[in-house]
Design a protein around this ligand. Structure first.
Ligand SMILES: Cc1ncc(COP(=O)(O)O)c(C=O)c1O
Length: 380
């Protein structure tokens, strides 16, 4: 029996979401912009879906712009905010070194932008006071992820938002990993990124929350879809699947949160029987309920992930997007680890589909694999 413990990379599609999508891939193929009855039905489905996604985010439906996923939403948020900079010549963006690659690479691509990195502590937390003092200088935008995909650190978004509001600086947050795992209200921010496939919806669909009245410009131009904020024919089936997953996430948030905490904590207790194990990221309320990132002294993360895969257990080393690149995790380096040690991180991320038996099964296989890898190294 296989064990899937990589939900931060992708969660399985909810059966209900798949069932909700299928009609829109067959008879319901019409273009939602068409004015005939079939088009109007597709339009109604998109608008009902928008209301469901808005309910999960705590915002108004009109503030939800559907996109092709988290990467596009981050790109649109950052480029769109900087294009419409209310402070004219100010091109300074305050962010952190532990952001997702789609934030850091997009900012890096904008060569007239000054990137000012906010420090994170050894658990990946930002200090709101430091942000406050950085905002004494003019800034165009602050972009801080709500929860980190690799180590699960949750940022104090309310305080961050307060400082941004007080300084009159727009705030973008990548909420891809927070949404559906913890209760969030995006209205504290100006722009927020979400993605369906992390909450049991399909891949290739996401949304950008654009607060009503915020200064921001669309980057994809063409038709007037999404109230001219994102051109392109809507992916109706994916939007409907996203909405279904959003509804389920909202209904099950409390129960899922408690269960995920239990699974994660049980795994940590069991792994702890190897005294060399080190946990990356905070404990308690400052960490996502489903995420545990650890390293075992002298054991390469990639070797452990590959060996566990042979045992039918799917986990990650580094972020999925960087996996295969054999690069040390930029997040672990930002926590203060050297590049060599930063290659040893392994991430376990549970989800709604995880079973109560998973922590025991994963821990047994992990501890046995760690012992085996060390034994081979000892004779080599
Ligand atoms: C924090 C975060 N932001 C953005 C993304 C990109 O989302 P998508 O895969 O929908 O493009 C991911 C995906 O891993 C993520 O974890």
């Amino acid at each position: 029996m296989t064990v899937y413990c990589d939900h931060n990379a992708a969660a399985p599609l909810h059966a209900e979401a798949l069932a909700a999508m299928l009609p829109w891939l067959s008879d319901g193929f019409a273009n939602p912009s068409s004015i005939h009855a079939a088009g109007a039905r597709a339009r109604s489905a998109v608008e009902a879906a928008r209301a469901d996604v808005a309910a999960l985010l705590g915002c108004k439906p009109a503030e939800v712009v559907f996109t092709s996923g988290g990467t596009e939403s981050n790109d649109a948020a950052l480029r769109g905010a900087l294009r419409a900079d209310p402070r004219g010549a100010v091109r300074r963006v305050v962010t952190t070194a532990i952001e997702h690659a789609s934030v850091l690479a997009t900012l890096g691509d904008l060569d007239d932008v000054e990137i000012d990195l906010l420090a994170t502590d050894d658990q990946g937390r930002v200090d709101p006071e430091e942000l406050q003092s950085k905002l004494d200088e003019p800034a165009a935008l602050v972009s801080v992820g709500w929860a980190n995909n690799e180590i699960g650190t949750i940022q104090p978004m309310e305080e961050i938002a307060e400082h941004c509001r007080a300084a009159g600086v727009r705030l973008h947050t990548d909420a891809v990993q927070a949404v559906g795992k913890i209760a969030i209200d995006v209205t504290a921010t100006d722009l927020a990124t979400v993605s369906a496939h992390k909450i049991g919806g399909p891949k290739g669909i996401g949304a950008l929350y654009v607060r009503r009245g915020v200064t921001w410009e669309p980057t994809i131009r063409g038709g007037s879809q999404e109230r001219s904020r994102r051109a392109g024919t809507e992916n109706v089936a994916a939007i409907v699947g996203f909405a279904c997953a959003a509804r389920l996430s909202r209904e099950q948030l409390g129960a899922t949160h408690r269960r995920l905490c239990r699974l994660r904590d049980e795994l940590w207790q069991r792994l702890h029987s190897d005294t060399s194990v080190v946990r990356h990221g905070p404990l308690g309320d400052d960490v996502l309920p489903n995420t545990l990132n650890v390293r075992f002294a002298g054991v390469r993360g990639e070797a452990l992930v590959a060996a566990l895969d042979l045992d039918g257990i799917a986990v990650s080393s580094g972020s999925a997007c960087a996996a295969g690149a054999a690069e040390p995790s930029h997040v672990l380096i930002a926590l203060g680890l050297d590049a060599d040690t930063a290659r040893d991180g392994v991430r376990f991320s549970f989800g709604a589909a995880s079973s109560d038996d998973d922590p025991a099964r994963i821990a047994m296989a992990t501890l046995a694999t760690v012992a085996r890898i060390r034994a081979v190294r000892a004779v080599a």
